[in-house]
Design a protein around this ligand. Structure first.
Ligand SMILES: *[C@@H]1O[C@H](CO)[C@@H](O)[C@H](O)[C@H]1NC(C)=O
Ligand SMILES: *[C@@H]1O[C@H](CO)[C@@H](O)[C@H](O)[C@H]1NC(C)=O
Length: 368
């Protein structure tokens, strides 16, 4: 490898370190999960969040946080079909939409060719690289949670126009809302940029995140959402890139990142509990992706995995987003034994397993 190339790579890396969105998480499929009550219909699934649940919005945003090129999407549909999903195939948004019996793919809201039918059955507003902390999206020029909320308001207008206020109100109140965000706050903004560490330690930073989360959930409620699932932070310190940059020679899980995730999760949990009391007609469902992913990493064979500490793409230690590209060297030829697709995001298979672990016994909690 020549020097010029090395220098380029390390510049990219620096940019990427605190720029790229990433993440991890959870979910799975199970065809025909039966909803608790046959009278319950779920008209739409609507998703807010980051790269775990972005199904292609960032394709339409001017940012480096992208993945609409190979080898992303290598196993999507007939194969070799990058869509802007940060995985080899489906992401949790799709898997969850199918789980609730709505549809198989959840389109990105910014897709200019969305049909009215697609709008009425739900979209993803998620944007890779976003966080609860508004600064997180700003640092990488992606859509913040408040941008996502503005798009949701516009969405409500559109469905009002399409089906009338009465039906649209029903759609809004009966749909399933999923929120999956926050990893980039800790992995990128807090750990990799200088801006927050000057003012905050982890306890006060996770307070900031939790208060942003609460504000967001309140806004969502005011707009009519009633069935809302919120993902916890995953076991962030065990993600391959975290192991590489903070886990020492043996690339161990980074304890401080895991502690930060757990601390935030406990705050999220109690805030959601409070909100649930205040909004007694809403269902707020805490989804424990932390222990779901940890379980998979500790018992890979149980779920059909062999490789837990690096991604399939490139060396698997650092490549993510634009660093995971057609020129990445040593990309694995078949990711079916891998939990991670790139150094930050799970494979479709891992997302399926995680979805099952995290969501299956919570489905009933979304309904009255
Ligand atoms: C509005 O929808 C409800 C069912 O959700 C229906 O009972 C009612 O008649 C509708 N009202 C109008 C004005 O269409
Ligand atoms: C990957 O390997 C698995 C298990 O060996 C196999 O079932 C699957 O078909 C392979 N996928 C591809 C794309 O070769």
């Amino acid at each position: 490898m020549n020097l010029f190339y090395q220098k380029n790579i390390s510049q990219w890396l620096l940019v990427i370190l605190w720029r790229v969105s990433i993440i991890i998480t959870i979910f799975q499929h199970v065809y025909g999960v039966s909803l608790p009550n046959n009278n319950e219909t779920v008209p739409a699934v609507i998703v807010f969040g980051d790269s775990i649940v972005d199904t292609g919005n960032n394709n339409y945003v001017t940012t480096l946080v992208k993945c609409n090129f190979p080898p992303y999407g290598r196993d999507f549909a007939e194969g070799n079909h990058p869509t802007g999903r940060f995985s080899n195939g489906l992401v949790p948004s799709d898997i969850i939409a199918e789980k609730f019996g709505v549809k198989k793919l959840l389109p990105p809201y910014l897709d200019p060719n969305l049909s009215p039918e697609e709008l009425l059955t739900g979209v993803s507003f998620a944007s890779g690289g976003a966080g609860y902390d508004p600064l997180t999206a700003e640092l990488v020029s992606v859509m913040s949670l408040s941008d996502q909320l503005e798009m949701f308001k516009e969405y409500i207008q559109k469905i009002n126009e399409a089906v009338g206020k009465n039906r649209s109100t029903t759609i809004v109140s009966k749909s399933i809302y999923i929120v999956c965000i926050g990893s980039d706050d800790i992995a990128n903004t807090y750990s990799q940029s200088p801006f927050r560490r000057a003012q905050y330690d982890i306890p006060s930073y996770t307070d900031l995140m939790a208060s942003e989360a609460t504000n967001f959930l309140e806004e969502l409620y005011k707009l009519g959402a009633r069935r809302i699932g919120v993902f916890a932070l995953p076991v962030l310190g065990c993600v391959p890139s975290q192991r590489t940059f903070g886990g020492g020679k043996d690339r161990r899980c980074v304890d401080s990142s895991n502690q930060a995730s757990m601390l935030f999760n406990s705050k999220l949990f109690s805030q959601m509990d409070e909100l649930g009391k205040k909004f007694s007609d809403a269902r707020l469902v805490y989804l424990d992706s932390y222990n779901g992913l940890l379980n998979m990493i500790q018992n890979p064979a149980k779920y059909g995995f062999e490789v837990i500490d690096r991604g399939c793409c490139g060396t698997g230690n650092i490549e993510v987003s634009i660093l995971c590209n057609p020129f990445s060297i040593n990309t694995c030829s078949n990711s079916s034994g891998y939990i991670f697709w790139d150094s930050y995001h799970p494979t479709e298979k891992a997302y399926h397993v995680l979805s099952s672990l995290v969501l299956n016994n919570k489905i009933k909690d979304f309904f009255p």
